[in-house]
Design a protein around this ligand. Structure first.
Ligand code: TMP
Length: 209
């Protein structure tokens, strides 16, 4: 049995990732593929508990190093329990965020060197990398207005300047890595979903699958 493919979706908050994950999954299932849908941080009971630690708002500030290590701790669990077994069984894995979020948030946002993140990436993931990454891009102002009405988690409480650095890092990865597809998420949802479907169809049709 051939190994499944690993597809990730990335973007800052307010880009409509969850809805677009559904669009990706529908395309793959329509092509007859078995799909596992998951997310980071999270994806297993233990990793979801780590997610709560990461996103929860407390009086005690979280040190940046604690945040970085928790992200990778959750990832180690997720890879062992969900991602590696699914890919080995020939299933396709669609993941709402993965390590590019660490480069964007902990690297671009918090200021960790790429070298530090890359060492943890190798330690935790070995050779595992996404086969295709859909990056949903929107200005930080539009993103902030879309999430204005909901209660903000620990990351969403960051200033616009933090999200400008996160977005800049995503854009520089998206423009320099072949596995990336950039979708303009500033359009209305129907257009964004159509663009996401087109990207997935072209991945399937290009024989990359
Ligand atoms: P989400 O539900 O918007 O995906 O929330 C997850 C939050 O966790 C989001 O603010 C980004 C953050 N995050 C990191 O900072 N680093 C990571 O590696 C991942 C996967 C998420």
């Amino acid at each position: 049995m051939s190994r499944g493919k690993f597809i990730t979706l990335e973007g800052t908050e307010g880009v409509g990732k969850s809805t677009n994950v559904t669009a990706v999954v529908e395309c793959l299932e329509a092509a007859g593929l078995a799909v596992v849908v998951t997310r980071e941080p999270g994806g297993t009971e233990l990793a979801e508990a780590i997610r709560e630690l990461l996103l929860g708002v407390r009086d005690e500030p979280m040190a940046n190093m604690t945040e970085l290590l928790l992200v990778f701790a959750a990832r180690a669990q997720h890879i062992a329990q969900v991602i590696t077994p699914a890919l080995a069984a020939g299933k396709w894995v669609v993941c709402d965020r993965f390590t590019d979020a660490t480069y964007a948030y902990q690297g671009g946002g918090r200021g960790f060197d790429d070298d530090v993140i890359s060492q943890l990436e190798t330690l935790v993931q070995g050779q595992l990398r996404p086969d295709m990454t859909v990056y949903l891009d929107v200005s930080v102002e539009v993103a902030a207005s879309r999430i204005a009405a909901r209660e903000h988690d620990r990351f969403e409480r960051e200033q616009l300047e933090f999200f400008r650095r996160v977005r800049a890092r995503y854009l520089s990865m998206a423009e320099s890595q072949l596995r990336y597809r950039i979708v303009d998420a500033g359009n209305d949802l129907a257009t964004v979903q159509a663009d996401v479907r087109a990207v997935v169809q072209s991945f399937l049709g290009a024989g990359e699958a």
